[in-house]
Design a protein around this ligand. Sequence first.
Ligand code: ZN
Length: 278
Amino acid sequence: MLSAFPFQNLSKLCVHTITTKSWAIEVAADKYAKAGVKGITVWRDALAGRSPGQVGARIRDRGLEIVSLCRGGFFAGYTATERRAAIDENRRAIAEAKALGAPLIVLVCGAVPGQKLSESRKQIQEGIAAILPDCAAMEIKLAIEPLHPMYADSRSAINTLAQANDMCEALASPLVGVAVDVYHVWWDPALEAEIARCGRIGKIFAYHVCDWRTPTIDLLNDRGLMGEGCIPLRRIRSWVEAAGFSGFNEVEVFSNRLWAMNQDEYLQQIVRAYSEFV
Ligand code: ZN
């Protein structure tokens, strides 16, 4: 019985549906709740073929808080047509978040190979600005998630927390903040200072945890469970909390290795690792 585990202080524990991606979202919601998880971040693929409103009601019925919808973004494109299509897709994500009852959308901002990163950042800023009226109408916030520079070719031209903070300041909207994901930013010598800066402007909207494995054998799908790697999780959490953040610690792990194991046992490991290392 997962619920019999004597773990304390799970009140800030959130799990992303992608972390246990083989489970249908209804199954994930049931099992997370039984394990003592308090929050859930829903990935859009988990909503496929479902009514977001019904899914949201079911999740809340299990006592879970919906922390965010993952993900929007991918604003960069070679052509205006591609960029307009991205904006339309983000508008669909905003409507989904509203129906689901998620207050926040996490943005993987985008990049395209061969295009200058500065140009991609300009397009990202324009893309976010274009959807802000929709966000305001639907009361949905956006979190810019800086991604590790190994993804700068094709996933995000925003690679440091400094760049994310700069963009927040440029957009100057109360609806736009950042998601601090330790996997992407742990190595940054400016991290402590940028988290403090982010706190001063009230912009930490989300905090994602996992670990960095050595060696990392897959750039996308070999994240570690907390405690399996070298990220100073407690230290970074202390910085984030010192900056005023009091939201959920969101477990977001993409791992072919962990997806292959028994997912009930894996969920037990997640709760243990959270208790011990986050
Ligand atoms: Zn993340």
